[in-house]
Design a protein around this ligand. Structure first.
Ligand SMILES: [Zn+2]
Length: 325
């Protein structure tokens, strides 16, 4: 099995993956437990390698390459270009634009855009990752002149929570701790964030119920949409932004505001204007980057590589990984 820890920079990545053959061999070994090839169509283990490097299933008799069922299926590009793209997108704090990527790996801008969109599909947010302990909830509104200003900072009566020109995004952040290499407790946080139609009770509370375990302490602002969370089995603590009461002991939503500003920097610094149609994918990317920010470049690449060949990991796996590290 390949040791991903050696890929701590792009030179080590490109010198290891110096041929299409090595790239494919790595996919085969990582995807199928040291080369025990499984048919992607019927799940049969009895497969033979053909002379052209593809495989033939002895049960359903279909031929397939090691790329079937991965994000690389049907690609005409050398795999190393995909690997470099994944490395760049996972190691650059603010992401990589399609213009930058097209120059970096010598493909057209539209190809680079397509690759980035495909790579973004690798990290949808799943409710397999539920939050507990202490969770901050908050909303931001994207679009319009006052975009990105937190609601408490905006000019009164000119914007509010109108969703006519702005898209609401709802976020939840679990505050957590892990044990670092030195055996010390270090704080860490994980985020889920979604584009929503409205920021009313009927929209937000089902999302909270889906992603946050009952019994969790949920910290929100004074928005009416959060009324009744205690009845749903949560310990509800409220920050009153209107009364300039931002932090009382550990009752605050400042941590998730850190995520919003990280997202803002990513969009402003790299992607500029994002259409509503693609907004969720950029949010997913920002969430991925946030949730893996305590990892180093090689760990993040290993995680992305694993997902690219179809082995989905959840944040819970990552948390376990960090705790054991
Ligand atoms: Zn088969």
């Amino acid at each position: 099995m390949i040791d991903f820890s050696k890929f701590n920079n792009i030179i080590s990545l490109t010198s290891y993956f110096n041929s299409e053959e090595t790239c494919k061999q790595t996919i085969i070994e990582s995807r199928w437990n040291n080369g025990d090839v499984v048919c992607p169509y019927c799940g049969n283990h009895d497969c033979v390698e053909r002379t052209d490097g593809r495989f033939r299933c002895k049960s359903c008799r279909k031929n397939f390459s090691c790329l079937v069922g991965t994000i690389f299926e049907n690609t005409k590009l050398p795999l190393i270009k995909w690997f470099i793209a994944m490395y760049l997108i996972s190691s650059h704090k603010k992401g990589v634009s399609s213009y930058q990527l097209s120059r970096d790996i010598n493909v057209t801008q539209s190809t680079a855009w397509y690759m980035l969109q495909k790579i973004r599909l690798l990290y949808p947010q799943s409710d397999a990752d539920t939050f507990d302990g202490t969770v901050e909830c908050d909303e931001v509104y994207i679009g319009g002149k006052e975009k990105w200003k937190h609601k408490s900072m905006r000019t009164p009566h000119t914007q509010g929570r109108s969703t006519k020109t702005k898209t609401p995004v709802f976020g939840m952040m679990e505050r957590s701790v892990f044990i670092n290499e030195k055996g010390k407790e270090e704080s860490i946080s994980y985020v889920h964030a979604f584009v929503v139609d409205k920021t009313d009770k009927a929209t937000l509370q089902p999302i909270i119920e889906q992603f946050v375990m009952k019994g969790t302490r949920v910290i929100t602002d004074e928005l009416n949409a959060y009324n009744g969370l205690s009845k749903l089995g949560y310990t509800h603590a409220i920050v009153n932004h209107g009364a300039q009461e931002y932090a009382y002991e550990d009752i605050f939503t400042n941590s998730i505001e850190g995520f919003w500003s990280h997202f803002r920097r990513m969009i402003l610094g790299c992607y500029h204007d994002v259409s509503d149609e693609h907004l969720q994918q950029y949010i997913d990317e920002a969430v991925f980057r946030w949730n893996t920010r305590k990892m180093n470049a090689s760990e993040r690449f290993a995680h992305m590589f694993t997902m690219s060949i179809g082995v989905i990991k959840t944040w819970d796996d990552i948390k376990v990984g960090l705790m054991c590290a």
